[in-house]
Design a protein around this ligand. Structure first.
Ligand SMILES: NC(=O)c1ccc[n+]([C@@H]2O[C@H](COP(=O)([O-])OP(=O)(O)OC[C@H]3O[C@@H](n4cnc5c(N)ncnc54)[C@H](OP(=O)(O)O)[C@@H]3O)[C@@H](O)[C@H]2O)c1
Length: 274
């Protein structure tokens, strides 16, 4: 018999007995930096419906954070635990991890929605624009993911981490250097961490790359008609919804998932046309 075959498992599959556990995140502490934003709030709703423990981070917009937290609690039950802090700063990242650890003693899942549209005039692009975008869209999320991963490894948590890239990090959208390049770098960083962690630790890290979605940082562009051409030209048949993104992130957070180092574009096919 091979060393890594489980006879009971073989027997079950010979009997066509498959297991698809449900509510697998019930009672699990999930850290969601940027979860008060347009896309993150949908994941928080999904997790509340499953009776997980969402710990939701934001930068400084206390008023929005409180409003989103209270509304989600009233609609879906449970408690939204809010934590304020800038994930570009090491002490603030430490604060996030310590705060999120106090509920079950460890963080079991992580989905980082932090991002900055990094709008800058392409023709006058400065090094400061690029540096600023890298800080919010790459450095903060990558360092926090690395630190949460190390927290999980130290506590033998078989957890999942998810980072948010963008269709612009996957496809080639002209003039999008400032936002797209840090988002593309995130994909490479995620693959390096996935390679490093897989096999040794049962820890997974993946990305979701949303397309033009009707809430959050793309809302004003969609509202202004800036992206209507995507539908007029039949590049996509509709704009994205926050639930589209939340579903993909939730799939990747599955504790027993066998997926790592991958990017799921949730963009209706838009990055295929870019
Ligand atoms: N919406 C889209 O169509 C779209 C498309 C492609 C990719 N994405 C990506 O998806 C993710 C979520 O986007 P969204 O539209 O939901 O964004 P959003 O509505 O602008 O929300 C951003 C969230 O991140 C927080 N945040 C920003 N910088 C932070 C920092 N340095 N430290 C801690 N928290 C910080 C914000 O807190 P405050 O409210 O306190 O500022 C807010 O909670 C982003 O990574 C974005 O790049 C979005």
């Amino acid at each position: 018999m091979a060393s890594y075959m489980n006879p009971e498992q073989i027997q079950r599959y010979q009997n066509l007995e498959f297991a698809f556990p449900e509510h697998t995140l019930r009672g699990a502490a999930i850290l969601i930096p940027g979860g008060t934003g347009g896309l993150g709030a949908a994941l928080v709703a999904r997790l509340l419906m499953e009776q997980a423990i969402p710990i939701v981070g934001y930068l400084s917009n206390k008023e929005r954070a409180r409003r989103v937290g209270l509304k989600l609690e009233s609609l879906y039950g449970g408690t939204v635990h809010l934590v304020e802090g800038d994930i570009r700063c090491a002490p603030e990242r430490k604060k996030y991890i310590e705060f999120a650890s106090q509920f079950t003693g460890r963080i079991q899942g992580f989905a980082c929605f932090v991002g900055d549209p990094a709008r800058a005039n392409f023709d006058e692009l400065q090094s400061t624009d690029l540096a600023k975008s890298f800080e919010s869209n790459f450095i903060g999320p990558v360092l926090l993911a690395k630190e949460v991963g190390e927290h999980m490894i130290a506590r033998k948590v078989e957890g999942s981490l998810v980072l948010l890239s963008s269709m612009q990090g996957v496809g080639l959208f002209e003039r999008s250097l400032n936002y797209a390049v840090p988002k593309a770098s995130l994909i490479h960083a995620c693959r390096i961490l996935a390679k490093q962690w897989s096999g040794k630790h049962n820890l997974r890290i993946n990305l979701v790359a949303p397309g033009a979605t009707v809430v959050g940082m793309a809302e004003s562009s969609i509202r202004s008609g800036k992206y209507d051409g995507f539908i007029d030209r039949q590049d996509i048949c509709r704009f994205g919804r926050p639930e589209d993104v939340a579903r993909a992130v939730r799939f990747l957070l599955e504790p027993d998932s066998y997926v790592t180092g991958q990017v799921i574009a949730v963009d209706g096919g838009l990055s295929l046309k870019a």
